[in-house]
Design a binder for this molecule. Structure first.
Ligand code: DGT
Ligand code: CA
Ligand code: CA
Ligand code: ZN
Length: 579
């Protein structure tokens, strides 16, 4: 199986060597190794353990040693040495789309640049155009690249941040001796994107912990290194990670403080002041008559911090200063928001019949393992050529297969489809096919021109269609990759209400579509919501957690989500939809 991490490290070798002027053969060797690691079906770590890496194409003695070192120790000393030799300004410039290592080095050398900002200034002052191989056009291109870099990389999608967080936490435990390490901030609050990562820790030797934070594999720059806080930039994207170490008895206060949100904590502190208390990351304290800090009343756990301020413990995903401080005041019964175990089925998934990687049987098995009562197989329709869309003949064969597989399972397997909403709003299956399906998800895939009236009309027509149950990933956005379509949402909600149709919260972590405000609005209007995963593999059913957390952030209760129904209730709901 591919090893993207090692592939990236080999690519980094190639890049650094290019900057340092190593010979082209050496650079090519790293590039070839990187390609191999990116695509190999073999288990690289296992091969390394058996000393068999040299059997892989493009992996020679030198590179094999480095891979083994990484597998055994989590680092490659030679790479760390190489990084130290390269001017960080060059690496910073290389983040600009279209700027390779050679050009970046030339610009830094010729103009004495220290940062992207310096290069921006140089372009504005037309100091780049006289350089060899450059011109007025190059200045324009660089400025455009800088602008696009700032737009796309200011916030990282939650799932990417969680992957970094998992590595960071593991490293802080193993190498830093952390007894507690939890990612806080917007990540703990399940915000859909994260600007930077804030990790809170407790460790018997704080200096060792801080050192471990500064020397994590993947760190490209240390921007602050103190006794209680270390900030580093991580990976090629230079994602910022702040690590704090606090005393054990301040753990709860630190968790609360660094989880935020800022707005939530500001109101919490106002409440404290009224009670003659003060709160910081070390605890809740009494305020003495002379205004100085007095006795500490709480801090070891988050529960006691909230308790001291007159609240029940508030789940992190709700800490946004909406209604949580009212709802979770001591003595109140907070609303019972949806939880993962409320979900009883998934009505949007794909199999090898279109672009999934598992069979109907494997997906059914995965659904049954999760104790689901039903699952809809919703492969793509004929126009979705890019995703292996089915034709009439093949969908009939799929129905036969579903009938056979059903015999082996108690989970109810529904015949479904994710049918494309075509440019004119028509559906991509004939009605006589649609009417034989148990569940129809209608989605826009080919976006075409992004015109508000045009987009809205496509969704309105689909919502009018008698056989449609649900609009899939309604805005079509992909986090960090593609903005949502421009749509008149109130018109969509009106139509959904009028026709009794449902809207999806697609839990695929790169979609999370509908977003939180739209979800809250649609649910408040009484529009039925489905939380589906759009799974293309069995394990992807677990992405439902992203959807459930987003739904909780929108304060959804289980009864507002259709796939919390038992199969019996769901059957009734489906029947009612067909009138
Ligand atoms: P982000 O990083 O923009 O996705 O969102 P957060 O919420 O993680 O924001 P961040 O990283 O600036 O701060 C993390 C938490 O630490 C924040 O939710 C509240 C707390 N915090 C940070 N700076 C301050 C501050 O100056 N005062 C107070 N009271 N809290 C702060
Ligand atoms: Ca943060
Ligand atoms: Ca931060
Ligand atoms: Zn889709």
């Amino acid at each position: 199986m591919p090893h993207p991490e090692l592939a990236a490290l080999m690519q980094e070798f190639a890049t650094l060597d290019t900057i340092l002027g190593a010979n082209v053969f050496q650079v090519r060797a790293y590039e070839r190794a990187s390609q191999t690691l990116e695509t190999t079906p073999e288990d690289v770590a296992k091969l390394a353990g058996e000393g068999r890496l040299r059997e892989l194409p493009g992996i020679g003695e030198g590179i094999a040693k480095k891979i083994e070192e990484y597998v055994n120790t989590g680092r490659i000393v030679a790479l760390e040495e190489l990084r130290k030799k390269v001017d960080p300004a060059i690496l910073a410039l290389m983040r600009i789309p279209g700027l390779g290592p050679k050009k970046a080095k030339m610009l830094v050398d010729e103009l004495g640049l220290k940062s992207v900002e310096d290069l921006e200034k140089a372009c504005r002052e037309q100091r780049v155009r006289p350089l060899k191989g450059m011109g007025a056009k190059s200045e324009e291109k660089i400025l455009a690249g800088i602008a696009s870099m700032r737009v796309t990389r200011e916030r990282v999608p939650l799932y990417e941040a969680r992957e970094v967080a998992a590595k960071v936490v593991e490293h802080l435990r193993l190498a830093g001796g952390a007894t507690k390490a939890i990612p806080t901030g917007s990540l703990r609050r399940w915000k859909e994107t994260v600007r930077d990562l804030d990790v809170a820790t407790v460790a018997p030797d704080p200096a060792k912990l801080m050192k471990a934070a500064a020397t994590m594999p993947g760190v490209v720059e240390v921007i602050a290194h103190g006794e209680t806080k270390t900030s580093v930039l991580f990976g090629q994207d230079r994602f910022q990670v702040d690590v704090r170490v606090v005393p054990e008895d301040s753990w709860g206060a630190a968790l609360q403080y660094f989880t935020g949100s800022k707005e939530h904590s500001v109101r919490l502190r106002e409440k404290a002041v009224k009670m003659g208390l003060t709160v910081n990351e070390y605890g809740v304290f009494k305020v003495k008559k002379d205004g100085t800090k007095g006795e500490r009343v709480a801090g070891a756990t988050e529960e006691e911090v909230y308790e001291a301020l007159g609240f029940q413990w508030i789940p992190p995903e709700l800490r946004e200063n909406r209604e949580e401080l009212e709802a979770f005041a001591k003595g109140k019964t907070p609303p019972r928001l949806i939880e993962r175990h409320d979900i009883r089925g998934d009505l949007h998934c794909h199999t090898t019949w279109s672009d999934g990687v598992a069979s109907v049987e494997e997906m059914a098995k995965a659904a049954e393992r999760r104790n689901y009562e039903y699952v809809a197989i919703t492969d793509h329709s004929p126009s979705a050529g890019y995703a292996g869309g089915l034709n009439v003949d093949r969908i009939k064969r799929q129905w036969d297969e579903i009938a056979q597989v059903q015999e082996k399972f108690s989970v109810r397997i529904l015949r479904g489809s994710e049918v494309d909403i075509l440019a004119d709003g028509k559906l991509d299956w004939p009605d006589k096919v649609l009417e034989k399906m148990d569940f129809v998800v209608a989605s826009i895939h080919q976006r075409g021109k992004d015109d508000r009236t045009h987009n809205t009309n496509r969704l309105l027509r689909a919502l009018e269609h008698p056989h449609v149950h649900l609009i899939g990933h309604p805005s079509t956005r992909r986090l960090g990759l593609r903005p949502p379509l421009d749509i008149d949402w109130e018109a969509v909600y009106d139509a959904a209400k009028k026709h009794g149709k449902a809207l999806e919260l697609n839990s695929s972590p790169e979609r999370l579509d509908l977003d939180e405000p739209k979800l809250a609005r649609a649910a408040a209007l009484g529009i039925p919501i489905f939380i589906d995963t759009d799974a293309h593999a069995p394990a992807m059913f677990d992405n439902v957690e992203f959807g459930v957390m987003q739904a909780r952030r929108a304060w959804l209760r289980a009864e507002q989500v259709v796939n919390t129904k038992t199969w019996k209730e769901m059957e009734k709901w489906l029947r009612a939809m067909r009138g």
